[in-house]
Design a protein around this ligand. Sequence first.
Ligand code: ADP
Ligand code: ZN
Length: 730
Amino acid sequence: MDLPEFYDEGALVAVLTTQPLDRTLDYRAPEGGCHLGAFVEVPLGPRKVLGVVWGPGEGGYDLGKVRPVNRVLDAAPMRAEMRAFLTRAAEYTLTPMPAMLRLATRAPGLGGAVSMRKVFRLGQGRPDRETEARGRVLAVLEEYGGLAFTLSELSGMAGVSTSVIKGLVKQGVVSEEDTPRDMPYPRLDPAMAGHALTGDQAAAAAALRAGAASGCYGATLLKGVTGSGKTEVYLEAVAECLAQGRQALVLLPEIALTAGFLTRVEARFGAKPSEWHSGVTMTERRRCWKMAGQGGAQLIVGARSALFLPFRDLGLIVVDEEHDTSYKQEDGALYNARDMAVLRASLCSAQVVLASATPSLESWANVEAGKYRRLDLTSRFGAAVLPEMRAIDMREEDLPGNRWISPTLQREVTARMAAGEQALLFLNRRGYAPVTICRACGHQIGCDHCDARMVEHRFQKRLVCHQCGETKPIPRACPSCGAEDRLAPVGPGVERMAEEVAALFPQARVAVLSSDLYASARALKEQIEAIAAGAADIIIGTQLVAKGHNFPLLTLVGVIDADLGLQGSDLRAAERTFQLMRQVSGRAGRAEKPGLALLQSFQPEHPVIRAILSGDEEGFWQAEAAERRAAGVPPYGRMAGIVLSGPDAQEAFDLGAALARQDAPLRRIGAQVFGPAPAPIARIRGRHRVRLLVKADKSAPLQAALKLWVAQVKLPANLRLQIDIDPQSF
Ligand code: ADP
Ligand code: ZN
């Protein structure tokens, strides 16, 4: 390991701050000096801002005016590997460095002194007066013996207000003490034995273990149908990585999935890993950030932003469900966590494992190009077989208006219920109805700020914009013509499906799984566990259910509208639909119960629907790849989307047109520019959006050309320009 450089007091240092400036600023090293990479607080005008010592100062101006660093924060200096990662990620995504640095400093209270927190244990004696509430507090503390709890934990567990606990502390019955906040996590034991693996699994696990033991970079696509044991297999790679004394990171696309994962890790390694995602408390996040840096967290499971934790020695990154679109960050810094995971792994000599039943075309192409190794798990574990898949031709079903469950599907659901099994009805639409229309004038209620229709959410009794989150009450009168009581919901959403199900199957216990219906990740997790345990006969779900939950009793999946994703002109639509339908269908049938997936479609002869039904994945990928290759689009060509947004549509459009005309820097690398045209969503939160698409050869230096190109125009203050490398839709 190379020792970090050190700057003596008074030396000129360049500091990268989280403020939106396009360069580092020079300061003088503070009393006691500072390390390269040190987290520091520096003065900027009248403010104090967070920064990182990025290198020696640049000088070249009046050195007498350079101010000293205020103080060095209490955090390990940022490692060279992390600085390289941020720099390379910024270059690739064309994100300004300060925005990149913000991703790496998302630790609440970063740099505060070692802070202490109060914890509570059982003290001595009995309370002066015994009350039921006091009794509950003491019962909790007795049950957990020597364990200490924070105030909120204890009040939560005992179901009492904090004043009850404070009262007991006053009498000494409960003791209160200070402990440091940031404790290492319980040790995971990689030597504990896992399950005995099947032949396929053992071969894949051995290959992954060898990679993890090598201490080198390597990328693997782990492809296997749902239930084939991918998780089982990559946990072997985690075991090897931990045995090497290095840290591991597992990225999951959905925080609702972490609960089940934590339990599995505990069963495999004897302790739970640490978590990093939006559902984790500030205190825990701070602890996780610090422990990642000190090595006190061996395994972290998290959302995409966990990639920016300051690991001391990261040896393995797993990206589970690697095809999932939620890995693309669509706000602020636009990055795809899958690609950034590969970049980070390559910079710290780590292994990266991309796991999926339906890999992205990108990963598939990387395997073909020899960049990733591919490991396959071909069969489901145990006696489980893949579900049978069939289409229901909706043109031949006798179905009244405003009904979406075909008689054929209804019969199958009835049969499952009679057998004590579960059925899942899948519809990728939150809310009650996607459109609210006036029967008198045909007006559709839209969002005031976005180019989007308001979606009726009947449980909330409101209309909701799925773009900006704006809600309003459902009006009685049409906002356009004023007619009263003529507004009607059109089309199905999951809430409306729940109504139809209640009418068709009055006896059934029904659960609706949609992200907006749960107040917290915990509530959702509890619902999922209850369903897995058999608490529902019929589950109605959005894409939330497509992501790897295990429902052992589930034997039937009915896709309400298999055609939904195939409308529109997006070149990725086929891939998305294929992945989603295969994922959802994979929910059916586990253990000894064979599954059936039924796809309701008005176009069962569509090539994508046919490919889904036949399960000919290789054939589907080949056909998709050929089409993308011919069109010169990702993964066989490079693309960037440039979105100009502002309060005035014409202004945004004019600037886009000016950019399109000045395309010399792009032409020099053989790239083409298309547009300007309205962005896929033409208005969000009152800002009009215009998009240009740039297409280039795979080998063209796209980022450099884009930089030169956009630098030619001066952005008016109210216009924003955002570059999206590898956009999700094109
Ligand atoms: P995937 O991640 O591919 O969906 P999982 O690893 O979750 O598959 O495996 C599916 C189920 O089968 C899980 O309940 C898992 O514990 C079980 N399983 C898989 N392989 C084995 C094995 N070799 N021994 C025991 N149980 C296994
Ligand atoms: Zn809106």
